[in-house]
Ligand binder design. Structure first.
Ligand code: HEC
Ligand code: HEC
Ligand code: HEC
Length: 311
């Protein structure tokens, strides 16, 4: 080999190393800067128009838009309690949906279990099939994690259960009002006067097709408690909905300011999801694990599009 080429080769190697070092130094510096400086969000025209209409306070707009743009994530019913929907939460804890986890324990509702050939003495609190319909967001972002759930490093990741404060382990608000209602639209609810229409909230993932949403569990082909088993499992939406929020007895001086001013107006409106309901996730148990079937999610968080039922 000629001496000239050798020198050239060494020079190139050196240059290469310098470049790598430069990228590392500059790259790391850039990251540190980004951490120091809070990210500024530029509101789209549509967001600005919506925030104006909802009277979102200027100071709260950055935080609100940040949360609003996040990927949907289950947050649990407790987040709805404490300052906004206390009577709804309190009534829910005493309602059928606030106690669904209990039913999975051994010895509970023996007769009903025997009728559908389930083992009345078995503990079903970690059985994937049951968890889909008796808890909130099982196998989805932020959702319920049963006992024994561990991280890759072996750390306990199971959801904490506090008998005094029902939360993700029950069928919570988000199982009917959509996950976006809890994690994203909550940001708007907290920072505005609640003056929004159904259609406006739907743009951000809230859904109003209640009668449809009930079929996620009631009368769903995967529930052992089908109407064909017993008449009491027949599902009449108009009758049943009266038992979902028995809030009347839960109003007090302390929470009187939480009364929803626009609730009657909204009841008269018809949202897009009521005209054309969103699809309901299809799921199956494969190798003992809960799997959602591809393409059956109501909301595509990447494309920000909705999947409506056909026909
Ligand atoms: C597809 C959803 C779904 C799945 C899966 C499911 N359940 Fe349920 N379960 C329901 C619904 C809905 C009800 C309420 C039915 C009603 O009252 O009309 C219910 C009711 C019950 C009841 C009370 C029945 C009664 O008559 O008192 C028990 C107990 C129960 N489920 C246990 C289980 C167990 C254990 C599993 C798993 C082996 C399971 N469920 C799986 C949706 C489901
Ligand atoms: C089993 C399904 C279900 C669950 C769980 C549920 N809701 Fe609802 N929610 C409904 C239905 C259905 C309505 C409409 C009631 C009606 O039309 O009378 C409603 C109405 C509401 C409204 C009034 C909406 C409006 O502005 O018109 C609020 C607020 C609300 N729910 C909050 C909550 C909170 C908070 C929780 C949890 C603590 C919760 N819900 C749990 C089904 C559910
Ligand atoms: C995520 C699953 C799920 C969804 C969604 C759901 N439910 Fe339920 N529901 C249950 C389970 C589980 C029970 C059993 C509770 C029990 O028997 O104690 C139940 C029980 C009930 C009961 C009590 C039955 C009784 O008479 O004792 C009513 C009423 C009811 N649901 C109404 C609704 C309505 C209305 C909707 C839709 C707006 C709905 N549910 C959506 C899971 C669900």
């Amino acid at each position: 080999m000629k001496k000239g080429t050798l020198v050239m080769g060494r020079m190139l190697k050196c240059l290469g190393l310098i470049m790598v070092a430069l990228v590392l130094v500059l790259g790391a510096g850039g990251e540190a800067d980004a951490k120091k400086k809070k990210k500024k969000y530029k509101l789209t025209d549509e967001e600005t128009a919506m925030f104006d209409k909802w009277q979102v306070k200027p100071k709260k707009r950055q935080k609100t838009v940040k949360d609003l743009r996040k990927k949907p994530k289950f947050v649990g019913a407790i987040k709805c309690n404490g300052s906004c929907h206390d009577p709804y939460y309190q009534a829910w804890t005493k309602s059928p949906h606030g106690g669904t986890f209990e039913l999975l324990k051994a010895g509970v509702r023996k007769e009903a279990k025997v009728r559908v050939k389930l083992d009345p003495e078995k503990d079903y609190t970690t059985t994937p099939l049951c968890l889909r319909c008796h808890t909130t967001g099982y196998k989805q972002r932020g959702g319920f994690k049963p006992a024994g759930t561990k991280s890759k490093k072996g750390k306990d990741k199971s959801s904490k259960i506090d008998p005094d404060e029902p939360n993700l382990e029950q069928v919570g608000c988000e199982m009917c009002h959509s996950v976006a209602g809890g994690s994203q639209f909550r940001a708007v609810m907290k920072s505005s006067k609640g003056d929004f229409t159904k259609t406006e909230t739907e743009k951000y993932g809230q859904r109003w097709d209640y009668a449809n949403v009930c079929t996620r569990c009631h009368t769903h082909p995967n529930t052992p408690f089908l109407p064909s088993v017993h008449d009491k499992y027949k599902f009449n939406y108009e009758e049943r909905k009266l038992k979902v929020h028995k809030i009347a007895d839960f109003w007090s001086e302390d929470n009187a300011d939480q009364k929803l001013e626009k609730v009657d107006d909204r009841a008269k409106q018809q949202g897009q999801t009521e005209k054309t309901p969103l699809i309901i996730e299809d799921f199956q148990i494969k190798d003992g694990k809960l799997k959602f079937k591809k393409g059956t999610k109501p909301y595509n968080s990447k494309k920000k599009t909705f999947n409506y039922k056909k026909g």
